[in-house]
Design a binder for this molecule. Sequence first.
Ligand code: SAM
Length: 305
Amino acid sequence: MSTTHKIIFGDARRMKELADNSIHLVVTSPPYFNAPFDFPGLFKNYEEYLELIKSVGKEIYRVLSEGRIACFVIQDVRIDGELYPIVSDIIKIMREIGFKYRDKIIWKKPEGYIRISRRSGVLIQHPYPMYYYPDNIYEEIVIFQKGRFNYSRISQSLKEQSKIPLSKFQNEKWYLSMWEITNVLPSNDISKYTAVFPEELAERLIKLYSYVGEIVLDPFLGTGTTAVVAKELNRNSIGYEIDLELKPIIEKRLGLKTKTLLTFYGEGVKSVKVEFIIRDDAKHLRTKLRKVINEKLQKKKNKKH
Ligand SMILES: C[S@@+](CC[C@H](N)C(=O)[O-])C[C@H]1O[C@@H](n2cnc3c(N)ncnc32)[C@H](O)[C@@H]1O
């Protein structure tokens, strides 16, 4: 089995490298607006953020094959006490573009594993009415479909190769609209780069919505989770990421140093080809973002003392 993985550094608002109707599944997690500990000040305002979602959403619609699925892992963001309704706005935008809103799954994280600082601490300091902000323990996976899927076009042998593991489906309760999956912990090296989603989450989506040998796209690739899991599951992948500073971590996670590599897999040999394209609209973001985050943390510390 051989797979190819193309990583394009550039703005996903323009996926000019991709032909119409050429992608079989989209699994992605867009930036969380100006989330204070991930993307502070990345967007001028909320409208500019929604424009990004709209442009990328239109590109996704263009490149997805008929009947296929786009999954967004996302959550509303609280900034200075105000909650931005990202999830409902994305649903509205995707429906306007022409997608069918097919499903919503709640991704519940284990209690005590939350990445963002505990909001409920405010009430413990001030145990009076109006100080209440709950700790957020879940994110949402919103699932869209372009048109109708033609099941009869998939051969029986491809269906067999791509069979869903029913024991996992039953034991891990994939059949529920709430998935309990441990998030990538802050202590994990990759979480310092961005809000990473767990491989297990990508694994479920890729197994449930694509066949072996097909192409999975992530327009907001981050540290490369979608590509890593697609590779494991014998799917091809394409990822866009605007921040060139994430190239080393993507390379590391894909386990690659050279352009083409042969990894031993089970009995046979698995050929994995990785291609990087660096467009001139790629940016250097992480160093700048980290500087702003550190300044914010320092301010908070100073306030406490
Ligand atoms: C929430 S993170 C994705 C994390 C990813 N799921 C992972 O597991 O590592 C969103 C990513 O989108 C990138 N991004 C922001 N604007 C972009 C754009 N216009 N085009 C492509 N990537 C963009 C950010 O740099 C960030 O790495």
